[in-house]
Design a protein around this ligand. Sequence first.
Ligand code: 13P
Ligand code: SF4
Length: 305
Amino acid sequence: MANTEIIEKITDLRAKRQAVILAHNYQIGKVQDIADFVGDSLELSQNAAKTEAKVIVFCGVHFMAETAYILSPNKTVLLPDINAGCPMANMITAESLRVKKKELPGAAVVCYVNSSAEVKAESDICCTSANAVKVVESVPNDEILFVPDQYLGHYVATQTKKKLHLWPGYCPTHVKIQPEDILKLKRQYPEAKAIVHPECRPEVIAVADEVLSTGGMMRFARQTEAKEIIIGTEIGIIHRLSKENPDKKFYPASPKATCPNMKRITLEKVLWSLQDMSPEIKVPEEVRLKAKIAVDRMLAVGRSS
Ligand code: 13P
Ligand code: SF4
């Protein structure tokens, strides 16, 4: 089927099903272009919480669709490829978190939204890369167990006086970016600003001009006077950055920073999911209710970058 035919069918079915298509900034360009809304994890959760659509087609990874369901259980939440997971989210289980919590009884658990619903249910509050520092500052405890991203946790620890215990998880895509990738591009384009995601290694963060969520990167690109920007995150975001800022140049820090799971969603799979109303994402009600407390607390804090 030609792309135009697929897009027409998606448009018809989206209306028929009263569906909204949400896409993360790392999705392939064609999927971003048919979405009703493209954004970062926090913006997508906010959108999922307030949409009046009956069906949410989530073009992202499993934990994002799960978060949408946690917030909107009366809607049908579809993930066009059930195998689109986040390896970092799989680096912690609810059971292993319960064991660690017993070792640190005075610590509040702050969990990155890149985690399963079961892990969220064991946490005091969630955060995304757009509000991690603000969330950590918002809890009364001086001691925090931060899960599962050690690098986001390390970055937060440099921005707060609180004591953070870090879970040893990491993003296999962001760790591929090396400081030398940024330094080389800076030598090549001396006027360029380098912005990186807080999932990057501390050595990469040390050579960047700004540390931002993907939504923060979109805002930075819009507002900065700089005409050239080095992007230290997953390369899918270059599509939206270039589309919305045609007068600016964006240089991906490394072509290796590709998230294979984000790339699993295609136009065909979006169409099939609307035709079959599957794969559907659900969370058992007792887990959902506990996880929702942590997600709602995060939404009440709002964003900082
Ligand atoms: P953002 O919340 O900044 O969009 O990041 C999500 C993510 O998965 C980063 O790898
Ligand atoms: Fe997970 Fe990393 Fe992919 Fe984001 S880029 S979804 S953290 S594996």
